[in-house]
Design a protein around this ligand. Structure first.
Ligand code: ZN
Ligand code: ZN
Length: 369
């Protein structure tokens, strides 16, 4: 049996690099060799024991790679050696939920999220891709791995917050929290045609990036209640759409308080425990407000669209990749990311050692472009 390196969840607070069996694809499946991946806030929840997965599971749900092996039935559609990404969400495209248009809920609640949740994930040398025909998205030749690294999850999720919110041209939008997903939601609000985009966070560096990503106004929650400011900026009404991108009671409540009657709260955060909607913010439940939630859209057509936005230079996500590590140094990378030190937004993880790749000229450093 062939083996490979993978980062395995051993229990709360414990991850480590282990030698595990290299996957073999069955009919309709493919194996890709991972060339780059990254760490998500959701992985932090998992390692801290706030979202349960089984010990022994390989984590990670943001894969960039090269097709290594195709299971039977895929020869006409793909070739070994093609560069691909795979969405964090891998819908089957055929079940009740997929055929009703809710691909992320494939097979049941949250069922489309399989990598690093219910099956082995991308923090490894190789990754088994289920339902490969629906999920392998070929990378345009002129794009680097790092340029498309955030498509599988962060860009797809952040943008979906703006899409699900139904933002219209000229809308006023508030985005609560400017982490990587909130920043992509801010970018999404701009792409959807919002006129006023208000970015809210407590981190000055993140608010700086928010302005580069399309926010015309930024509010630091440390400077006082953002709701009064938002009302002032919107003629006393509140915003048309608020996007919640953190997953806390406080930001959910603020997002709800910030929308006008008839407005929409588009929620992206991962909540834990009970979530409360205050009576007055909900206008007794009578103000024609909408609350919508979205789990990262996946599948190859979604990935193609996102990569097209990068290929045609409508968006540039490179400011979000702030640090680079070899996969072997996952502990160091995880510590940096989970504590949000050194202005970190996203870290790129390379199964091949970074220094060796730099020497070989295989990594294009984002800031040098
Ligand atoms: Zn994620
Ligand atoms: Zn399905």
């Amino acid at each position: 049996m062939k083996t490979m390196k993978a980062v395995v969840f051993r229990g709360t607070g414990q991850i480590g690099v282990e030698e595990v069996p290299k996957p073999v694809p069955a009919a309709g499946e493919a194996v890709i060799r991972i060339t780059a991946t990254t760490i998500c806030g959701t992985d932090v929840h998992i390692v801290r024991g706030e979202y349960p997965v089984r010990p022994g599971l390989t984590l990670g749900h943001e894969p960039v790679g090269v097709i290594e092996q195709l299971g039977p039935g895929l020869e006409k559609d793909y070739a070994v050696g093609q560069r691909v990404i795979v969405g964090a969400i891998t819908p089957c495209g055929q079940c009740f939920y997929c055929l009703n248009g809710t691909h992320s809920q494939c097979g049941g609640a949250l069922g489309g999220w399989r990598f690093g949740n219910t099956i082995n994930g991308a923090w490894a040398e190789y990754l088994l891709v289920p339902d490969a025909r629906a999920n392998l998205a070929v990378i345009p030749e002129n794009l680097t791995d790092e340029e498309v690294l955030l498509c599988p999850d962060i860009f797809s999720t952040g943008l979906s917050g703006a899409e699900s919110g139904g933002i219209k041209v000229g809308d006023a939008v508030a985005v609560f929290a400017q982490g990587p997903i909130g920043l992509c939601a801010t970018l999404g609000a701009k792409l959807k045609g919002a006129s006023l985009i208000i970015g809210i966070d407590s981190n000055i560096r993140r608010l700086d990036v928010a302005r580069r990503f399309g926010a015309n106004v930024t509010l630091n929650v440390n400077d006082g209640d953002p709701i009064a400011q938002i009302k002032k900026l919107t003629g006393g009404r509140g915003v048309d759409v608020a996007i919640e991108a953190l997953g806390r009671q406080e930001t959910f409540e603020n997002a709800l308080r910030s929308i006008r009657p008839g407005g929409t709260l588009s929620s992206l955060g991962v909540y834990s425990g009970k979530l409360v909607a205050p009576y007055e913010a909900l206008y007794a439940g009578l103000a024609d407000q909408k609350i919508v939630t979205t789990l990262c859209p996946g599948g190859k057509e979604r990935m193609r669209r996102l990569m097209a936005m990068i290929e045609h230079r409508r968006v540039d996500l490179s400011p979000l990749v702030t640090h680079r590590f070899a996969l072997d140094n996952i502990a160091e990378a995880f510590e940096l990311f989970s504590t949000q030190r050194d202005g970190v937004l996203k870290v790129a993880l390379y199964p091949k050692a970074v220094d060796a790749m730099k020497k070989a000229g295989e990594i294009e450093i984002a800031s040098a472009r």
